[in-house]
Design a protein around this ligand. Structure first.
Ligand code: SRM
Ligand code: SF4
Length: 581
């Protein structure tokens, strides 16, 4: 019996732990979409508007795109009674973030020739986004990606998103195995509908309700998941993927040789978003479920996804993610149901420790004698000189590139004789400029001008904010130290500020809530310290706290631990009960 049959069979026997009430409108939209087709094809012919209409506005997300417009120029266009400059943002699917130099050159060409901003934006989920693709370029874009061997399937919408994998090319055998599993997971959990191929790649129509033959979605179901779902494969102790932001994590456990892979700890139910003022929402770290041998990985993943599919809240989308399902039904009930569906009992969790998060910037040598160069890309934004530098490297590079979950880029697998050439290009294009640890470990989400949900600046404010913090660290004799600093333009939390030692979350233009007390390993959620503060207030407060940290810290005490010990904020132990207090 296949895992799929197993999941379907046992789902029938499961206790119904669904939330009762009127289903969210997104459920209707998915149900009526004919397996994600909607009327997207017709909409593409409509040249009167640069946007997508009705349900298609949301449905294109399942195809990896978001409808956006440039918010910097929106007021002026609207004042002149013109349509905002509507366009789409595309997010590629790139499990584990690995891409070849040829593919890179292809995406560089598309960004340069066919997008409004000309940039490639590396995201914190190991992929890239094109911003500013006009409607007439949308279908050619998908065909271009397809020619490059890439797609944007399921990088948005209520599905399992791009699967992350620790980008550590050094422990190469373990890394390779972990990466292979990340790819398998991504493929196994993809939607099976032919809609993407039909709409974008002109593949012959094979299944549709019109032919009387239905597509089928054996794992995700006809109405897909209740909400987005995020997965990682992580190699401890390095938590570069920030596993606590994810619904489902598989922590790689090495075999006795220490080099190969034995199996995985499954850790579920992390997530970082909340809604200002809505106390039923909260960010939280993920929970240990148990250990499984590697052969059981796909069954286990499928069982977890199917439990969330059946038990996740389809009435209230603010409470629909896996962490709320677990909070509602209890971890033990969730675990027992996963075991029943995968037909296997978890073993005791294997000991693992997470100790660090950032990328190791610069050169490092791997097990196989190859060299790997991690380039720090501030905010993941590649444009102009730096973008040209990466393209020049791609023209001579024989290994691959790895996009990291910290928005950086690794030039991986460089032979010793190629090192100096690559380094010379990187230096010429400003890709290896000196930076502080403070800057290298900071992160912001995209926010303005493209994100429709942004309440305050993030990517465009981060460099200035870090200049200020660097100045404060120097002033207080702490220039060799850093505090993990992150900004999100709204409480959706894309910049992962809810796993920062100091996090800012946008409230209104120029105003943020300030959160303190995460840790360097990324295993603790910070707590609100200031509400709706101006940047001046935040800077003053930060300066005072760094001064106290410099004078009162215990030896080697991290900033996040210090602010808790010093009583500046309370430690968040259980998010559902004490994050809002
Ligand atoms: Fe995100 C929505 C950008 C990682 C939680 N996110 C968005 C949208 C698409 C806005 C929208 O819905 O219209 C943003 C597009 C901005 C733009 O113009 O590009 C956006 N999210 C990003 C990226 C690009 C931030 C970045 O600077 O790297 C990241 C893309 C990752 C990827 O490649 O898939 C990104 N988003 C995250 C993360 C961090 C993570 O996954 O590690 C989170 C918090 C973790 C979590 O999910 O709990 C995150 N994004 C959200 C949410 C809140 C979801 C929720 O649980 O309520 C939204 C809004 C929503 O889904 O309704 C959102
Ligand atoms: Fe947009 Fe908010 Fe996500 Fe930032 S955190 S990218 S502002 S949705």
């Amino acid at each position: 019996m296949s895992a799929t049959d197993k999941a379907e069979k046992t789902a029938g026997d499961s206790p119904v732990l669904q939330v009762e009430g009127k289903l969210a409108d997104n459920e209707r939209l998915k149900e009526e979409s004919n397996y994600l087709r909607g009327t997207i094809t017709g909409d593409l012919q409509d040249t009167l508007s640069g946007g997508f209409r009705g349900d298609n506005f949301q449905l294109i997300r399942f195809h990896g795109m978001y409808a956006q417009d440039d918010r910097d120029i929106r007021p002026d266009l609207v004042a002149r009674k013109l349509e905002p400059r509507k366009n789409v943002m595309l997010r590629c699917r790139l499990p584990g973030g690995i891409i070849t130099p040829e593919q890179w050159l292809g995406i560089d060409q598309f960004a340069t020739e066919s997008t409004d901003y000309g940039s490639i934006r590396i995201t914190n989920r190991q992929t890239f986004q094109f911003h500013g693709v006009l409607k007439e370029n949308v279908k050619p874009m998908h065909q271009w990606l397809n020619k490059l061997g890439l797609d944007s399937l399921a990088t948005a919408g209520d599905v399992n998103r791009n699967v992350l994998c620790t980008s550590n090319p050094v422990e190469s055998q373990l890394q390779k195995e972990a990466y292979e599993w990340a790819k398998k997971l991504s493929e196994h959990l993809l939607p099976k509908t032919r809609a993407y191929a039909e709409i974008w790649l002109d593949k012959e129509k094979q299944f549709s309700t019109e032919d009387g033959v239905e597509d089928s979605e054996p794992i995700l179901g006809k109405t897909y998941l209740p909400r987005k779902f995020k997965t990682t494969v992580i190699i401890p102790p390095h938590n570069d993927v920030d596993m606590h932001a994810n619904d489902m994590n598989f922590v790689a456990i090495a075999d006795e040789s220490g080099k190969g892979l034995a199996g995985f700890n499954a850790v579920v139910g992390g997530g970082l978003s909340f809604t200002h003022g809505l106390k039923t929402t909260f960010p939280t770290t993920a929970h240990d479920l148990g250990y499984i041998p590697k052969e059981n990985l796909l069954d286990c993943a499928e069982a977890i996804v199917s439990v969330q599919r059946d038990w996740g809240n389809r009435v209230d989308r603010t409470n629909a993610k896996t962490r709320y399902t677990i909070e509602r039904v209890g971890l033990e009930t969730f675990k027992a149901e996963v075991e029943r569906r995968m037909d296997h009992k978890f073993e005791e969790i294997r000991p693992y420790e997470l100790t660090e998060r950032g990328d190791r910037i610069g050169w490092i040598q791997g097990e196989e004698g190859l060299h790997h160069l991690t380039l720090f890309i501030e905010n993941g934004r590649l444009l102009g000189e730096k973008k040209e530098g990466v393209a020049e490297i791609a023209r001579i590079h024989k290994g691959d590139f790895r996009l990291t979950a910290n928005q950086n880029l690794i030039v991986a697998g460089v032979a010793v004789k190629e090192k100096s050439k690559i380094e010379a290009i990187a230096k010429k294009h400003g890709l290896m400029a000196d930076t502080s640890q403070q800057r290298e470990r900071a992160m912001a989400c995209v926010s303005l001008p493209t994100c429709p949900l942004a309440m305050a600046e993030a990517e465009r404010y981060l460099p200035t904010f870090i200049d200020e913090i660097e100045g404060m660290l120097k002033k207080h004799g702490m220039e060799d130290e850093y505090l993990i600093t992150r900004i999100a333009g709204c409480p959706n939390g894309c910049g992962r500020a809810m796993l920062a030692e100091l996090g800012l979350v946008g409230k209104a233009p120029g105003r943020y809530n300030m959160y303190l007390g995460g840790n360097r390993a990324g295993t603790r959620v910070p707590k609100q310290h200031l509400e709706n503060a101006t940047t001046e207030e935040i800077l003053k407060e930060t300066d005072g706290l760094i001064e106290r940290w410099s004078k009162e810290r215990n030896e080697d005490e991290e900033f996040g631990d210090f602010v808790i010990r010093a009583g500046v904020v309370k430690e968040v132990k259980h998010s559902a009960t004490d994050w809002w207090d």
